[in-house]
Design a protein around this ligand. Structure first.
Ligand code: AMP
Ligand code: MG
Length: 320
């Protein structure tokens, strides 16, 4: 048996005993527990210090499992899952009573997705139950894209399944589906254009300003580094000493302590994949006192990237 599968077995044993395990997905690392066990799920909220009003996404490993936790699996939902699962699309649907209220923060709906990561899928299969799993960070802090990021923020987690750096780098896109109306609740790795491309005319995008949607957990400040982060036009700023700068295309003209390039040429999938790890590296560097970051255009995947960047910088914007 490979080390990978023995680790998955160990993780599944912990989860079957009501414990909590961090595991990789294609977006960020998740903190998983048996979604059908309210006591186990309560441990996730406690470890993360997550407010109880913020519902968790339920992760499944097969198309059949969706009907265990959710109702109203319409042909349109089926079409979405056929196109995008496994993948970074969470679908909010009426919940089945088997899902404890703590998972959904008392809502009558549940967010469900099937992650596109073989370790995550094997783990869920081995557990024999869907896993409730938010990102494996302290509430409000940077999302983890490596096992070391999890251990930094959650040293008390029972076990961290190490699957290397996650490939997507930011969280899933969340949509709710009611009848034939599909509403974007959170922008993510799958863009509206991706969805529209495969479902022309089928869905009404009831909202094209995601930030105005009221959904639990969609706070203005989130995903923040522990050091000040400012979104800036780099040509206009005189950098104080000990500044770190995150850029999205190659540049050598900046006189600062540290520069991290998320992409050589602003390829948005690379920017997304490297965004949180760049912020973690700056956060961990004792020589850096404040971080500056460039914007990207808010189009396509740029919408989700800027959503995360603005939330990460929000608590520091007033002091600029
Ligand atoms: P994450 O922090 O990536 O685990 O995503 C959790 C987010 O999913 C929450 O903060 C909500 O915004 C959203 N979510 C989960 N379940 C529901 C639901 N039943 N209804 C609306 N939004 C949900
Ligand atoms: Mg999160």
């Amino acid at each position: 048996m490979s080390k990978g599968s023995s680790d998955i077995l160990k993780a599944s044993e912990i989860i079957k005993r009501g414990g909590v395990v961090a595991f990789p997905t294609e977006t960020v690392y998740g903190l998983g527990a048996n979604a059908l066990d309210p006591i186990a799920v309560a441990k996730i909220f406690a470890l993360k210090e997550r407010p109880s009003f913020d519902p968790l996404i339920v992760h499944i490993c097969s198309f059949d499992q969706i009907s265990l936790v959710a109702d109203e699996i319409s042909p349109l939902v089926k079409e979405l899952t056929d196109k995008f699962w496994p993948g970074p699309l969470t679908i909010v649907l009426p919940k089945k009573s088997i899902v404890p209220d703590i998972v959904t923060s008392g809502l009558p709906t549940v967010g469900v997705r099937m992650p596109d990561n073989s370790i995550a899928l094997e783990l869920i299969k081995e557990c024999g139950t869907p896993l409730a799993a938010p990102s494996a960070n302290k509430f409000g802090n940077l999302s983890p894209v490596k096992a070391s990021h999890v251990k930094k923020q959650l040293p008390d987690v029972d076990f961290v399944l190490d699957g290397g750096k996650t490939k997507g780098g930011i969280e899933s896109t969340i949509v709710s589906v009611k009848g034939n109306i599909c509403t974007l609740l959170r922008p993510g790795l799958i863009t509206l254009e991706d969805i529209e491309r495969v479902m022309p005319q089928k869905f009404i995008f009831a909202n094209d300003k995601p930030e105005e949607i009221i959904a639990p957990g969609l706070l203005k400040s989130h995903y923040s580094p522990t050091k000040p982060l400012y979104i800036t036009d780099l040509s206009k700023i005189v950098f104080p000493e000990n500044s770190g700068v995150i850029v999205h295309s190659k540049r050598e003209d900046l006189n600062v302590k540290k520069i991290i390039c998320t992409s050589a040429d602003c390829t948005l999938t690379e920017v997304a994949a490297n965004l949180f790890s760049a912020m973690h590296t700056m956060e961990e560097d004792d020589d850096i006192s404040q971080i500056y970051i460039e914007s990207v255009a808010e189009k396509g995947l740029g919408i989700a990237i800027m959503d995360r960047v603005k939330k990460a910088a929000y608590r520091y914007t007033k002091s600029l």
